[in-house]
Design a protein around this ligand. Structure first.
Ligand SMILES: *[C@@H]1O[C@H](CO)[C@@H](O)[C@H](O)[C@H]1NC(C)=O
Ligand SMILES: *[C@@H]1O[C@H](CO)[C@@H](O)[C@H](O)[C@H]1NC(C)=O
Ligand SMILES: *[C@@H]1O[C@H](CO)[C@@H](O)[C@H](O)[C@H]1NC(C)=O
Length: 321
């Protein structure tokens, strides 16, 4: 059933009665499900010399496969569009993934475009228009910068190490881990299921000292960095469907470089699968849609060919733009 048609139909049936109030429509919208979601992924700026001949921005195919594996399609979003064009994209997609990388989190094009979508998403969610955002590694760091209004990141180096999560008490009542099998929750705290590849992060102390972060996010897990810093490794918005992981769930299933410490055990694969399914299910609650099938088709990642890159990057395949 067409989504806009659904609301219109409800309105027609109940025309004239109190049921047409905004609150009722919001409720109906929340119950409606979009089984053809499209998650946007912001392209990342190429900084590595060996990647420069292929394009100015890129998305490792591992992130695309991760989202696709949850039952969504992917729209790559370039960093060179106008604000009006981003607003138009926002009306059409059902969630946003901010990927890892290494760019300035306040001044880069990546950060500027992320801020546009973050602001639109805050406003939309406030108005009952559900829109989820997920940040992985630098994407999570960027979410903390956007919420705090400043960068509070410090050295929390954990590179090429797989770690179990030190889950907080809030993890057991979280949306992210809701419905995880008991055995997997136990494995998560005992087995090295999360691949870490970062130099910077948010310490638990900094998080608790910042009023904005503390009121916005719940900490679901922490970990200890190489320098002994206790850092925030998983967060979830208290009132907003915004999520962040300092680690890389996509590598568990979609990256295979033998020089890097990627978790590939059954539990590691299950963790990656369930988180992808969780985030896409959040996306199904968004009723944004493209104006027409042609625009949708031309926007999707299927129009691009990934490049084989295992011989010059840590990724097997990379999309360049
Ligand atoms: C786990 O976190 C708790 C605080 O939430 C802390 O007291 C404990 O030391 C941490 N354990 C490890 C192994 O990092
Ligand atoms: C962070 O700390 C680690 C471990 O103490 C150290 O080796 C590294 O040089 C530091 N990195 C930065 C960017 O300060
Ligand atoms: C990453 O860790 C693995 C396993 O601990 C090790 O074999 C490998 O040499 C490391 N790679 C790098 C680039 O440090």
């Amino acid at each position: 059933m067409p989504k806009t048609g659904f609301s219109a139909y409800a309105c027609l049936v109940f025309a004239g009665c109190f049921c047409c109030s905004k609150a009722m429509l919001t409720k109906l919208n929340q119950e409606a499900v979009n089984n053809r979601p499209v998650i946007g992924i912001l392209t990342q700026i190429v900084s590595d010399e060996v990647m420069k001949p292929f394009g100015k921005t890129y998305i490792p195919a591992s992130y695309v496969k991760y989202i696709e594996s949850g039952g969504s399609r992917v729209m790559p979003i370039r960093l060179t569009l106008t604000t009006a064009e981003y607003k138009n994209i926002f009306r059409q997609i059902n969630g946003l993934l901010l990927i890892g990388g290494a760019v300035d989190l306040e001044r880069s094009d990546f950060a500027k475009v992320a801020k546009i979508f973050y602001t639109l998403a805050l406003r939309a969610n406030n108005a009952g228009d559900f829109f989820p955002i997920w940040g992985t590694c630098m994407g999570m760091q960027l979410l903390t910068v956007l919420v705090a209004g400043e960068s509070l990141l410090t050295n929390t180096t954990a590179v090429n190490v797989s770690l179990p999560l030190n889950l907080t008490t809030e993890a057991s009542s979280s949306r992210m881990f809701e419905g995880f099998p008991k055995e997997l929750m136990t494995a998560l705290t005992q087995e090295p299921l999360t691949g870490n590849f970062h130099h910077y992060g948010l310490t638990v102390q900094t998080f608790h000292e910042n009023q904005r972060l503390q009121s916005f996010f719940s900490i679901l897990s922490t970990n200890v960095a190489e320098n002994g810093a206790n850092f925030v490794s998983t967060i979830e918005g208290k009132r907003y469907p915004f999520y962040g992981v300092q680690w890389h769930p996509e590598v568990n299933r979609f990256q295979w470089d033998t020089k890097l410490n990627f978790p590939h055990s059954l539990h590691a694969v299950q963790l990656s699968s369930l988180l992808a399914e969780f985030f896409v299910e959040e996306g199904r609650r968004s009723l944004h849609q493209f104006d027409n099938p042609e625009e949708e088709a031309s926007s999707l990642i299927y129009n691009y060919m990934p490049v084989y890159a295992a011989n010059f990057t840590p990724y097997e395949q990379v999309y360049f733009f």
